[in-house]
Design a protein around this ligand. Structure first.
Ligand code: SF4
Length: 450
């Protein structure tokens, strides 16, 4: 990628983990709507469950997640009590005990939980939902807080996938982001996961961090691959200190510039794909060729949800915990973001949804167009429109707006069919933006496209 193109397309565009995206959720959808929407769900629909554990032991300064720091366990125990009540409240509104095929513990740090609280949460889910045979139960795992007892408890509870937060193995980078995690700490937790039989291991890396160089990132990539993870996620650090105050502690002068960010991304991509044999999935995931995500990509069954790329095909996602987001056929819902207000609302016996958006067929169509382009890096506008009984000509003006990307060799267009080129892959979000009815470039302050 030429640096001038990197600069030219430094658009502030959403990550398109949903459409409409979260900034367009509003108070017009509230807990009353959520309750009704839950009651209306078809009994036989498959569910996906997301549980947000909104606490961490220490703040990583690069963090973009919704979390609160605590040194004590009492607030966490209190929070989990509310989360269990919320599970009951939501399950009580469903037409029957519904089937869940995918469970994801995210945060924050799910590994801040005491092992018995983690197990109690899974048991509660199993009581209130039919956790299908072969269902995926995934946990985001911080090696600094996961001890052997926790890993053993996870395995015993049926966890099938652990996503290990690494970011970078370099000590200077770790110091600059306030996340000291020696290599041995990561190695130890992976050994436990294998010993106790958690079959799938993912690893999360980040580029664009302070003091990172292309060379140091390649060392991190090689060390990560040495653990043979099934998947590696490689995210670009999003520096948004106006939204995340703790990011002001990141030494800005040590951040790589745009050209260096591109170099890091491209070198890591090359190393993972060409040298180590991973298949690149969409923008930021890499999977072993036999991994379910690589297979879903080949079969064009890949999806996108709030966790990013996913093999999860459940049409309904229920979110639990402060800031938990759900996706239902009727629209999106988001829980109260303040932990304090979340706890108070749940204790008062009310669902904690405070924002959302109802969706109509136009949203669904645009969502499908964006999802296919994000996942497949190609898009047949007519084929997607045909599924919705819609006229593809309505998107011709949007397609015409892609002419500059076409001229720069970032995508090819044949009529109403688009293909991102390999050079254009990292800019797929910018291409998706032409289908976004809401986006006025420069208005919403999202992270950089790369
Ligand atoms: S452990 Fe994860 S969620 Fe917690 S502060 Fe660090 S990056 Fe953020």
């Amino acid at each position: 990628m030429r640096p001038d193109l990197a600069e030219k397309y430094d658009l502030r565009v959403p990550r398109y983990t949903s459409y409409p995206t979260a900034p367009h959720f509003g108070a017009a959808v509230d807990a009353a709507h959520y309750g009704q929407w839950l009651e209306q769900l078809p009994k036989d629909a498959a569910l996906s469950l997301y549980l947000h554990v909104a606490y961490c032991a220490e703040m990583c300064w690069f963090c973009g997640c919704h979390t609160k720091i605590t040194r004590q366990y009492a607030p966490v125990a209190d929070y989990m009590d509310c989360l269990w009540r919320e599970i009951d409240m939501v399950a009580n509104r469903l037409p029957e005990r519904m089937r869940a095929q995918h469970v994801h513990f995210g945060g924050g740090s799910p590994t801040i939980l005491r092992p018995d609280d983690f197990v109690a949460t899974v048991e509660r889910l199993r009581r209130r939902f039919l956790i299908a045979e072969g269902a995926e139960i995934a946990v985001e795992l911080d090696p600094r807080t996961a001890d052997e007892a926790y890993v053993q408890a996870m395995a015993g509870a049926g966890v099938t996938r652990a996503s290990i937060g690494v970011q970078d193995f370099n000590p200077k980078v770790q110091e600059a982001i306030n996340r000291i995690q020696p290599y041995d700490v990561t190695a130890r937790v992976i050994a436990w996961l294998r010993q106790y039989g958690v079959p799938e291991i993912n690893m999360d890396l980040v580029y664009g961090l302070p003091f990172q160089s292309t060379e140091s990132l390649m060392e991190t990539v090689d060390l990560a691959v040495g653990f043979a993870p099934k998947r590696i996620a490689l995210f670009g650090y999003a520096h948004v200190p106006w939204m995340k105050k703790h990011q002001t502690l990141i030494p800005e002068e040590a951040l790589p510039d745009m050209a260096e960010r591109w170099r890091q991304y491209e070198h890591a991509q090359h190393r993972l794909v060409t040298v180590h044999g991973y298949v690149q999935v969409g923008l930021d995931h890499f999977a072993r060729p036999d991994d379910a995500m690589a297979v879903a990509l080949a079969e064009r069954r890949l999806h996108r949800n709030f966790q990013g790329y996913t093999t999860d095909e459940a049409p309904i996602l229920l979110g639990f915990g402060a800031s938990g987001i759900g996706s239902l056929p009727q629209g999106y819902v988001a829980n109260e973001g303040s932990i304090h207000a979340y706890k108070d609302t749940i204790r008062a016996g009310r669902l904690a949804v405070t924002r959302g958006v109802a969706i109509n067929d136009d949203y669904r169509l645009r969502r499908a167009l964006i999802e296919r382009l994000m996942c497949d890096l190609s898009l047949d506008v007519e084929a997607v429109c045909a599924r919705f009984g819609a006229d593809a000509a309505q998107f011709d003006a949007a397609l015409d707006r892609l002419a500059p990307m076409q001229a720069d060799g970032l995508l090819r267009r044949q009529g109403r069919v688009l293909h991102m080129t390999e050079e254009g892959r990292p800019l797929v979000r910018a291409a998706c933006a032409v289908f976004d009815r809401y986006l006025k470039v420069g208005e919403a302050r999202h992270s950089k496209a790369v």
